[in-house]
Design a protein around this ligand. Structure first.
Ligand code: ZN
Length: 307
């Protein structure tokens, strides 16, 4: 049972919408491509987790303040007396294991001690659990290497590190580990963690854009080309297809509010945003019917795939 869902990072949503209307510098594209790959890796993990017949409480994307610093958890699962912490690794490429460290291969120009980090995190989180009144629980940390192309040479078996090809067997073992056992205390712990969760306070990088410099019009949700409007439908020439006006306008209003939270989404503002391609009566009707989307739109993710 999912007690807290994962959402597409706000900074990524903003970039995906804005990048359909402005060319960003290569360093922005590189940064957001990295964020996008991280998010895709987490979604892949969630799909595996959802398929596993686990009847446990699951919380995604949590941040806690503890001992004057922050603990971030990609995914948390409560099972018996263990709080499983899942950290995603979405690094591509090859690595070489030597002692406690992993080095990029063949450059070997930096190093990383994932096993030590996992142990430190499990120990810190166990201490955190004790402080919030759940001392009967201990934390276990797992590194989930979600990138199928990730290669680690010279590695010793480590049950805390799970590679993409091992996900199925890892969850099968976790299912068998103890019988389904969601208790009242599990719910109390999950609720306590939810109450202590804070929005990620780390400095987010927001892409720079101004209203005036963004291209105006109605973008196609598949290819981000500006569409024409006719007979209550939007038409995309490259895709050679039409889109319903109501769902497209709902998406468009949502994007406007996301990109410019300080502006009022009035009929006149939307008329300018659509570059006058949509009748005012249609805009007014769409504004009346508008309700915020439950899921973020995927308008321009094709852009990230093509980088
Ligand atoms: Zn299109």
């Amino acid at each position: 049972m999912i007690k807290k869902h994962r959402r597409e990072p706000l900074e990524l949503q903003v970039f995906l919408c804005a990048s359909a209307r402005k060319n960003f510098p290569p360093e922005d594209n590189f940064y957001f491509h990295h964020i996008y790959n991280d998010y895709k890796g987490m979604v892949r993990f969630d799909q595996f987790l959802n398929r596993a017949p686990l009847d446990n409480l699951i919380l995604h994307n949590l941040t806690f303040e503890y001992r004057r610093s922050y603990i971030h958890v990609d995914t948390l699962l409560i099972k018996a007396n263990t709080v499983h912490l899942f950290e995603m690794c979405t690094r591509p490429g090859s690595y070489y294991a030597k002692g406690d460290y992993w080095y990029p291969y063949p450059e070997m120009d930096e190093r990383w001690a994932p096993h030590q980090e996992l142990q430190d995190k499990a120990s810190l989180f166990t201490s955190f659990l004790r402080q919030i009144g759940f001392s009967s629980f201990t934390a276990a940390s797992h590194l989930m290497c979600m990138e199928p192309q990730f290669v680690l040479y010279n590695a010793q078996p480590d049950p805390d590190v799970v590679f993409a090809g091992q996900l199925g067997s890892f969850f099968a073992d976790l299912v068998l580990d103890s019988p389904p056992d969601v208790t009242e205390q599990h719910h109390q712990l999950a609720d306590r963690l939810l109450s202590l969760h804070i929005e990620d306070p780390s400095d987010r990088y927001t892409p720079a854009y101004e209203y005036e410099e963004l291209a105006k019009g109605v973008t196609c949700e598949k290819c981000a080309t500006m569409m024409t409007f006719d007979e209550n439908q939007f038409h995309c020439a490259p895709c050679d297809r039409s889109w319903k006006y109501d769902t497209t306008m709902q998406r468009l209003i949502g994007e406007f509010k996301l990109l410019f939270p300080e502006r009022r989404a009035t009929a006149a503002a939307l008329d300018d945003w659509c570059a006058g391609t949509v009748p005012l009566s249609t805009i007014r009707q769409s504004l009346k019917e508008y309700s915020p989307p439950r899921r973020p739109s995927k308008t321009t993710s094709f852009f990230m795939e093509s980088l």
